[in-house]
Design a binder for this molecule. Structure first.
Ligand SMILES: Cc1ncc(C[n+]2csc(CCOP(=O)(O)OP(=O)(O)O)c2C)c(N)n1
Ligand SMILES: [Mg+2]
Length: 806
């Protein structure tokens, strides 16, 4: 592969197999000319959006007043995106391909918006952006304009499932979209800068998880325009043979196309895409007819064109086209510098707008004819508005999986094992519709959800060895040691109208903090777009949590994802802390039926006491927070012992029994919180309970000893506006940890039963005089505990064998 050479078009391609010869109509120069006109129209509209607020078709001399005061947008990537979009349109028209495109460099939104406008969709969705002169003016003006539209390929852009604001996730979203959509072609444009991100670098391996029979095709196009914002890209500057080997090493068949002469490039691109498309169909035909799911070497395209292609070549004596200087706005001083204004006019006129739009300002019909029509347009493909296709899951009655609880706390069970039984049935019931997958970074079994393998295996499209278990080319459980891949695939799957479930270790979910942010922002933006139909919620289960990392220690102890999620909009996020198996079943059932949320559920996998029979669990989860009357001893409490999370609940219940020993006449109420947002006020979160209900539960003046799963500040923040906020004494994770016993973890963080009990007596005025005595007992117990665990390596018998009793 030659290095980038000016005015030279080169291509290299592997010899296509006989069956992969293109079967589209031979290249037609007239068609290519019209396509070039269409491309010029898209480029013209892109420049117009970045620069103009008036005079959209330059029908009078351009003046500084026609120019936006703030020039915001990205031109550099845009002509390349328009070029690819145009040629995908050709494939669709010729082959009637069911296609969509995911645009990694989403900052090239002016181009994608221009295309959706030219093909008519934009006006159908936003009727005030008419296909005439006035509509063009509004189209230009709204872009990057206060209260207009954002400069990225955000949720407001028809046909987009990927904003591309935060770079790195395009190929994952594309693969998620292709899963279980065998007829769908998902082209993914990957920026060469984007390709340097960790997530994208790992994403190339997605081809080891795509089944050529049951999944659609993903066509990656590496958009090798050579530059990022201010630097060259690595992939543009390594040797051509290294680049080729890299993608061959990832298991692709790389096609290569390079050049900057538009006419020549149109011809070569059309030829190359014809061959690639034929190759994709050949692979699928073979796999499907022969029932052979062997991993194919899917084609991919490396497209090397200049950054800022067709834009100003030299500005103020410096090269712009073909350099990083083209990244955003190639001419920055058009309002103040007449020379820049002149260059802008020359640049826009170079697209010959007079040839492209008629006297009304409408794209000429002959040119528009090169775009697909109706539902074939990528911008209306229903997969890109997944809610249109969403079918509810066939859900079993979760009560069938309930554990029997005859007496609170008498028996132990692993909550996630129980949930695994339910998920197995969810998986089984939805096998035929192929719209449910589970995702985990190598952790489903570790998280005790392994029952699901009885219904479906783990997807694997690489080599098999006799030692393997539960791997399958058609498995619906996605396991790969990359939280990025799990998250990105799941997002793509959900955004195209399916359902999923992501389980992860609590500490490592932080790896996708930022992806969570982006998905939450996308959902928030969708709330304001009635044409975007609701999609299934993104469901996280965090197990293997901070309090039970007996063998992993400090590195695995971090409950901060709760804090992170709690920052997001109330209409988007939910946080659940079920204390046992039956509450977990009820919560999971609710989450899998919900729409447009991000549900975070945290519950441990270790055997632990079961508190509520199933119907009580359901009622408790509906309320989200409630008194456990069976554990309280008075309707007129002196102290409220509150808890959220399974281990905090266990320690709180044990603290109640300690208090019974220390101060038998102390009047105690026990309150358990499943739905964390019930604590926040109702005006801040829809789940927030009314002040009256809150005051009835937590009192307005009694101490509340709150045992919390995560960092205490979260509860402080949520209860800040509650009347009794000053009475809340919150115990949670204080960033103390190591490889130690489960109970010692709670001691290190003062979440243990003795510390909770000590706080209770500390804050009850009636017991003030006796506090030194309790403090003494507490110290003795702590001393005993430390000595015992140091000597025996396990918790004291009275802790290990403790059971709730009344
Ligand atoms: C994760 C992330 N880091 C940094 C940025 C800031 N940023 C925006 S565009 C860009 C360069 C992108 O280069 P490339 O992917 O090659 O896109 P193109 O050249 O097509 O514009 C950067 C670094 C970002 N958007 N996302
Ligand atoms: Mg680039």
């Amino acid at each position: 592969m030659p290095s980038a050479a000016k005015s030279k078009t080169t291509s290299s391609r592997p010899k296509p197999s006989a069956a992969a010869q293109p079967n589209s109509t031979p290249l037609d120069q007239h068609e290519l000319d019209l396509m070039d006109a269409y491309w010029r129209a898209a480029n013209y509209l892109s420049v117009g959006q970045i620069y103009l607020r008036d005079n959209p078709l330059l029908r009078r001399p351009l003046t500084p007043d026609d120019i936006k005061p703030r020039l915001l947008g990205h031109f550099g990537t845009t002509p390349g995106l328009n070029f690819i979009y145009l040629h995908l349109n050709r494939i669709i028209r010729h082959q009637h391909a069911n296609a969509m495109v995911v645009v990694g460099p989403g900052h090239g939104a002016p181009g994608i918006i221009a295309n959706t406008y030219l093909e008519g969709t934009y006006t159908e969705v936003y009727p005030d952006i008419e296909r005439n002169h006035d509509g063009l003016k509004r189209l230009f003006r709204q872009f990057s304009w206060p209260y207009g539209i954002p400069s990225h390929n955000a949720a407001n852009v028809p046909g987009s499932i990927h904003e591309g604001g935060e770079l790195g996730y395009s190929l994952l979203h594309a693969c998620g979209a292709a899963f279980d959509n065998p007829d769908l072609l998902v082209t993914c444009i990957v920026g060469d800068g984007e390709a340097e991100t960790g997530a994208l670098a790992a994403s190339w391996h997605s081809n080891k998880f795509l089944n050529p029979i049951t999944d659609g095709a993903v066509l990656p196009i590496l958009h090798l325009n050579g530059y990022k914002i201010a630097n060259p890209t690595i992939l543009a500057r390594i040797e051509p043979d290294e680049l080729k080997s890299l993608f061959e090493g990832y298991g692709y068949t790389p096609y290569y196309l390079e050049g900057d002469d538009p006419a020549e490039m149109h011809r070569r691109m059309a030829e190359t895409l014809d061959i690639i498309y034929a190759e994709i169909r050949r692979i699928q035909k073979h796999a499907r007819e022969q029932k052979d799911a062997t991993r194919p070497r899917w084609p991919m395209l490396i497209l090397r064109t200049p950054k800022g292609w067709t834009g100003p070549k030299i500005v103020d004596g410096k090269q712009v086209e073909g350099s990083w200087r083209a990244h955003q706005v190639p001419l920055e001083e058009v309002r103040t510098n007449p020379e820049h204004l002149k260059l802008l006019v020359e640049w826009m006129q170079s697209y010959k707008p007079g040839e492209l739009f008629d006297e009304n300002g409408t794209l000429r019909e002959s040119i528009g004819a090169v775009a697909p029509r109706g539902l074939e347009r990528m911008s209306v493909n229903p997969h890109t508005n997944g809610g249109l296709l969403l079918q509810p899951l066939d859900m079993p009655d979760f009560r069938n999986f309930a554990v029997k609880v005859e007496k609170p706390g008498a028996t132990e069970d692993s909550a996630t094992t129980i949930l695994g039984n339910m998920l197995e049935e969810v998986m089984r019931r939805n096998l035929a519709t192929r719209n449910f997958r589970m995702f985990a970074p190598d952790e489903n079994a570790s998280n005790r959800l392994q029952a699901v393998y009885k219904a479906s295996g783990k997807r694997w499209e690489a080599r098999y060895l006799p030692v393997d278990e539960n791997l399958s080319v058609d498995g619906r459980v996605m396991e790969v040691l990359s939280e990025h891949l799990c998250e990105g695939w799941l997002e793509g799957y959900l955004l195209t109208g399916r359902h999923g479930f992501f389980s992860c270790y609590v500490a490592f979910i932080h790896i996708i903090d930022s992806m969570f942010n982006q998905h939450a922002k996308w959902l928030k933006a969708c709330h304001k777009l009635p044409w975007r139909k609701p999609i299934a919620s993104l469901n996280y289960l965090l197990t293997s949590h901070v309090w039970r990392q007996d063998h992993n220690g400090f590195s695995h102890q971090d409950p901060g994802f709760i804090d992170h999620v709690a920052n997001k909009k109330a209409d988007t996020v939910r946080i659940y802390l079920p204390p046992d198996a039956n509450t977990l079943l009820s919560v999971a059932d609710h989450c899998l039926r919900s729409r447009n949320y991000i549900n975070l559920t945290i519950c441990g996998k270790q055997p632990s006491p079961q508190w509520l029979p199933i119907e009580a669990a359901v009622q408790h989860c509906i309320a989200g927070v409630g008194e456990w009357k069976w554990a309280s001893n008075s309707d007129d409490p002196e102290v409220v012992m509150a808890c959220a999370g399974d281990v905090p609940t266990l320690e709180t219940m044990a603290a109640v029994t300690v208090l019974r020993d220390w101060a038998p006449d102390l009047r105690v109420r026990v309150v358990n919180v499943v739905d964390l947002f019930t604590l926040e006020t109702f005006d801040q979160h829809p789940h927030g309970i009314e002040h009256e209900a809150f005051d009835r539960l937590f009192t307005v003046d009694k101490p509340v000893i709150f045992a919390f799963h995560g960092y205490p500040t979260v509860v402080h923040k949520l209860t800040y506006k509650r009347h009794n906020h000053n009475g809340f004494h919150i115990h949670g994770y204080k960033e103390e940890g190591t490889t130690t016993t489960p109970f010692d973890m709670t001691v290190l963080n003062e979440l243990d039963r003795y510390s909770l009990a000590l706080d209770a007596v500390r804050y009850v005025p009636r017991l003030k005089d006796r506090f030194p005595e309790f403090r003494q007992r507490h110290s003795e117990m702590m001393e005993k505990h430390k000595l015992y665990v140091s000597e025996h390596g396990e918790d004291m018998p009275e802790v290990r064998n403790w059971k709730w009793s009344k």
